[in-house]
Design a protein around this ligand. Structure first.
Ligand code: BGC
Length: 762
C-alpha cells in the first residue's frame, strides 16, 4: 500500500471519508482540498468521449468528440493493436476535454443477439472479449487516463436491468461471464471497474462481496476502485460492506450521512470505509498526475481518419458472388435513407456528439469519380409502409449497373434501455431489398446495425452483403473504401449470426419473468451452443470474406505432450494465394476429448492477424497456457485440467477448421479427494485416489455378483456381466448394505475406512 495515501486516509475525518465515497456531482468525485485531493472527472465511454460541459447535468449535449465505431464493429477487427491505438486517441480527447476516467470498455457477453446494448459489447466469446477489452484499457491508460471496465457482472440484457436477478451457476459464471473481466483486469489493469445494476444469484451486484471483494479484488488482484453504475446503489452501507467503493452519481448527502451514522453506531467497521477511501484516493491522485486541458484541443482530422480505418477493419463482408469490388465507371443506384444520413452509433449513455459525420452517399461519390451515382430514399424514418418508395427504388435499380442498398436498423429497434423483440429489419426494408433484387442481379446490401439481423428471407436474391455495424462518424468512407476495393475487407464476426431467433441459445430463458432470468443454457452461448446442438447458422463466429484467399499449411506444436502449467506454442503458415494484398485472422480453438464434466465442443483460446501481399507466407504463432486447457470445477472450486488428449483446431472461422493436431496434457494439479459417504461406485472408480483404495473391493463385488446371478440362473447374465452399468450410479454404501450379512464390518464403517485411506494418499 502506498504509505502516503495511507497516511492521508489516517488524517481524514469520518465526514471526509464518507463524502469521498459518494460523487460530488453527476461526473465528479468529492475534492478534499485541505489534503490536496482534487476532484476527478469521469465521462462515458466507451467509443468516444461524452463530456458534458456542466458536470451537474446528466443528459445535456456533450462537447464534440470523435465517435469511433462501437464495440461490435471494433471486435470484428480482431486487432489488439488497432484497438490500443483507438484507446490512445480516445485518451487524447479525454485530456483535451478535461476527463480523467473514460467509462468503458464494456466486457459483457452477448448471451442473446436481442440485448439492446450488444453494440457496446465485443463478443459472445470470453477470450476474444477479454483480449480486446484489455487492449482498449492499455491504449487509454498509456496516456495517463483511466478506464472503467463495465458492467460487472452478468448484465446481459436491458429488460429490467435495474432489478433483474440473473441466476447463473458458478461454473457458467467462471467460464463464460467472468473471464473477459478477469483477463481485462489482469492484463489491462483498469483504474476502475463499474458494477452493474442487476442482481446476480439473489444479490445486487453493487453489494456482492463475493464478486467485488473475493473474486475481483482478492483473487484477481484488482487494485483500483469499484464504482457503481449510475444509480445502482440501493443501500450505501451494504454496498460498502460488499466492496463498492464509490457511489455515482452524486450529490447524495443523505447517503453520506448514512455512512457516518453506520460507523458511529458500530454497524459499519471504519476499516471498511478506510479501505474504500484509500482506493478512491489512489486513483484520484494518479489521475491528477496527467495534466488535463493541455492541450485543450486534439487532432480531429487525424482521429476522424483513424475512425475510418478502424471502421474498415471491423466491417465484415458476409457474401460476395463477385460483384465486389465495384468496377470503375459502373453506374450506381444508391438506395436507402442511411446512404444520406449515416447510422453510426447507438442510443443511450454512449451517445457521442461527433466532431463531424460523413454521409455514405458523399463518400461513395468521392470514390466513384465520374461514374453516375443516383440516390433514392427507399424507406421512411418510421415503421410506415411506403410502396411508392419501393417503386421508385426499383425503377432506379433497373437503370443502373449495380444497386447498393443502404439499410440501417432503426433506432427504435435497438438501444440501451430496452432489448430487441426480433432479429428483423422493418417490413418495408425487407420488401425493398426483395423488390430491388428481383430487377437487379447485382444488388449489394450494406447493413448498419449493432447486432445481427435475420437475412434468410432475402439473402439468396442479392449478390453481396456487407455488415457495416454502427460504424462511427467516419464509417461512410470505410464502406466506400471496401466497396471499391481500396480496402480489402478483413473483418471477421465476433458473434454468430443465427438463422432464426428460435435457434438462439437463450431463447427459452429470455428475458426472464417474475424478476428472474435463468441462464439455463449454461456454458453454451454463441458458437458453443450451435456446435453442441449441431444447428446451422446464417454466418458462423469468426467468419468473414476477403477479396483474396488464404491457405493454411504446416501446422505444428512445440510439444506433443506437456504439463498443463507449461502450455504449448502452436504455429501455422498462412499464405495469400490470391491476387491482392489482404489480412487474415487465424483462430485457434481447443477441444477436450474427454472430461469428467460436460465441456463445449471447442473454445477459442488464441488468434493472430497477419497482413500478406499476394503470394506471401507468414508464420502465425499462438501461445496456449494452462487456462487454454482448464475448466472450472465447482467441486474443487478452482480451475483444473485433467490428464488426456486435446485437439488443437486451427481455422479461418469456427466452422472452417483447416487443421487439427492432437496433444497430450498432463495435469499437475494436486486436487483434494471429493469422495464422501454418498459417492457412487462409478465416482469411486473415477477418482484417482478412490480407485486405488477401492479397486480390490470392487473386483470382489463384481465377481460376487456375477457368481450370484450365474448360480441362480445357471447361465450367463447380462446384468451380471455389466456390473458397472447396473450398480455404477448407486452409492457404494447402499450396495454394501445389501450384502451386510456377508461383510466383516458395517458398510458405513467400511466406506469411512476407505475414505480415510483415500484422503491420506497424495
Ligand atoms: C450506463 C453506464 C454509463 C452510466 C453513466 C448508465 O446508465 O449503464 O454504462 O456509464 O450510465 O452514463
Amino acid at each position: 500500500m502506498n504509505p502516503d495515501i495511507q497516511s492521508i486516509v489516517a488524517s481524514m475525518t469520518l465526514e471526509e471519508k464518507a463524502a469521498l465515497c459518494v460523487g460530488a456531482s453527476a461526473w465528479t468525485t468529492t475534492p478534499i482540498e485541505r489534503l490536496g485531493a482534487p476532484e476527478m472527472v469521469v465521462s462515458d465511454g466507451p467509443h468516444g468521449i461524452r463530456r458534458l460541459p456542466d458536470v451537474n447535468q446528466m443528459t445535456t449535449q456533450s462537447l464534440p468528440a470523435t465517435c469511433f465505431p462501437t464495440a461490435s464493429c471494433t471486435a470484428c477487427s480482431w486487432d489488439r493493436d488497432l484497438i490500443r491505438e483507438m484507446g490512445a486517441a480516445i485518451a487524447e480527447e479525454a485530456i483535451a476535454l478535461n476527463v480523467d476516467v473514460v467509462l468503458g470498455p464494456g466486457a459483457n457477453m452477448k448471451r442473446s443477439p436481442l440485448c439492446g446494448r450488444n453494440f457496446e459489447y465485443f463478443s459472445e466469446d470470453p477470450y476474444l472479449a477479454g483480449e480486446l477489452a484489455a487492449a482498449y484499457i492499455q491504449g487509454v491508460q498509456s496516456k495517463g487516463v483511466g478506464t472503467s471496465l463495465k458492467h460487472y457482472a452478468a448484465n446481459n440484457q436491458e429488460y429490467q436491468r435495474f432489478t433483474i436477478n440473473a441466476e447463473v451457476d458458478e461454473r457458467t459464471l467462471r467460464e463464460i461471464y467472468l473471464p473477459a473481466f478477469e483477463k481485462a483486469v489482469k492484463q489491462g489493469k483498469p483504474w476502475t471497474v463499474m458494477c452493474s445494476y442487476n442482481k446476480v444469484n439473489g444479490r445486487f451486484a453493487s453489494e456482492h462481496h463475493k464478486l467485488l471483494v473475493e473474486i475481483l479484488k482478492d483473487e484477481w488482484g484488482f487494485e483500483g476502485l469499484v464504482v457503481s453504475d449510475w444509480g445502482a446503489v440501493r443501500d450505501r452501507v451494504k454496498a460498502l460492506k460488499g466492496g463498492l467503493d464509490w457511489e455515482m452519481p452524486g450529490p447524495q448527502p443523505r447517503r453520506v450521512q448514512q455512512v457516518i451514522d453506520a460507523v458511529r453506531c458500530g454497524d459499519l467497521d471504519e476499516a471498511i470505509l478506510d479501505e474504500s477511501a484509500r482506493r478512491i484516493l489512489g486513483i484520484v491522485l494518479k489521475a491528477s498526475q496527467t495534466p488535463k486541458g493541455a492541450p485543450a484541443t486534439f487532432d480531429a482530422d487525424a482521429h476522424h481518419a483513424l475512425a475510418r480505418r478502424i471502421a474498415s477493419e471491423g466491417m465484415v463482408l458476409l457474401k460476395n458472388d463477385g460483384v465486389l469490388p465495384l468496377k470503375p465507371g459502373q453506374k450506381l443506384a444508391a438506395i436507402g435513407r442511411s446512404a444520406l444520413s449515416a447510422h453510426f452509433q447507438g442510443g443511450g449513455s454512449s451517445h457521442i456528439n461527433p466532431t463531424r459525420v460523413d454521409a455514405p452517399l458523399d463518400a461513395l461519390r468521392a470514390r466513384a469519380g465520374d461514374a453516375e451515382v443516383a440516390h433514392v430514399e427507399g424507406y421512411p424514418a418510421d415503421d410506415a409502409f411506403r410502396q411508392d418508395l419501393i417503386d421508385e427504388a426499383v425503377q432506379l435499380a433497373q437503370r443502373a449497373d449495380v444497386a447498393l442498398l443502404y439499410i440501417a436498423l432503426p433506432t427504435y429497434k435497438e438501444s440501451e434501455g430496452y432489448d430487441r423483440v426480433d432479429l428483423d429489419l422493418t417490413a418495408q426494408q425487407i420488401a425493398l431489398i426483395k423488390a430491388v433484387a428481383e430487377v437487379q442481379q447485382r444488388s449489394v446490401v450494406i447493413i448498419n446495425s449493432g447486432a445481427p439481423v435475420a437475412m434468410s428471407e432475402w439473402i439468396d436474391g442479392v449478390a453481396a452483403v456487407l455488415q457495416g455495424w454502427m460504424m462511427g462518424q467516419a464509417g461512410a468512407g470505410a464502406i466506400a473504401d471496401i466497396l471499391y476495393g481500396h480496402v480489402n475487407p478483413s473483418g471477421k464476426l465476433a458473434e454468430t449470426f443465427p438463422l432464426r431467433l428460435a435457434d438462439t441459445p437463450a431463447y427459452l430463458n429470455w428475458p426472464g419473468e417474475m424478476g428472474k432470468v435463468r441462464y439455463g443454457e449454461g456454458l453454451f452461448i454463441g458458437y458453443r451452443w450451435y456446435d453442441a446442438r449441431q444447428l446451422p447458422v446464417l454466418f458462423p463466429f469468426g467468419y468473414g470474406l476477403s477479396y483474396t484467399t488464404f491457405e493454411y499449411s504446416n501446422p505444428r506444436v512445440s510439444a506433443k505432450s506437456f504439463r498443463d502449467a507449461d502450455g504449448v506454442t502452436v504455429s501455422v503458415d498462412v499464405t495469400n494465394t490470391g491476387a491482392v494484398a489482404g489480412k487474415e485472422t487465424a483462430q485457434v480453438y481447443v477441444r477436450d476429448r474427454a472430461a469428467s464434466l460436460a465441456r463445449p465442443e471447442k473454445e477459442l483460446k488464441g488468434f493472430a492477424k497477419v497482413e500478406l501481399q499476394p503470394g506471401e507466407t507468414k508464420t502465425v504463432t499462438v501461445e496456449l497456457d494452462f487456462r487454454a486447457f482448464a475448466f472450472w470445477h465447482p467441486g474443487y472450486g478452482r480451475w483444473v485440467t485433467e490428464d488426456g488428449e486435446f485437439d488443437i483446431l486451427i481455422g479461418a472461422s469456427a466452422a472452417d477448421i483447416r487443421h487439427a493436431l492432437t496433444v497430450a496434457v498432463q495435469s499437475t494439479a494436486d486436487l483434494p479427494c471429493l469422495l464422501d459417504r454418498e459417492s457412487t461406485i462409478r465416482e469411486w472408480m473415477t477418482d484417482p485416489r478412490g480407485r486405488v483404495v477401492f479397486e480390490p473391493l470392487y473386483a470382489q463385488m463384481e465377481a460376487g455378483l456375477r457368481q450370484l446371478l450365474i448360480g441362480e440362473e445357471g447361465g450367463e447374465s447380462t446384468i451380471g456381466m455389466d456390473f458397472m452399468g447396473m450398480m455404477g450410479d448407486m452409492p457404494l454404501v447402499s450396495v454394501l448394505m445389501w450384502q451386510q450379512d456377508r461383510l466383516p464390518a458395517h458398510p458405513e464403517d467400511i466406506v469411512d475406512g476407505l475414505l480415510a485411506q483415500a484422503r491420506s494418499l497424495n
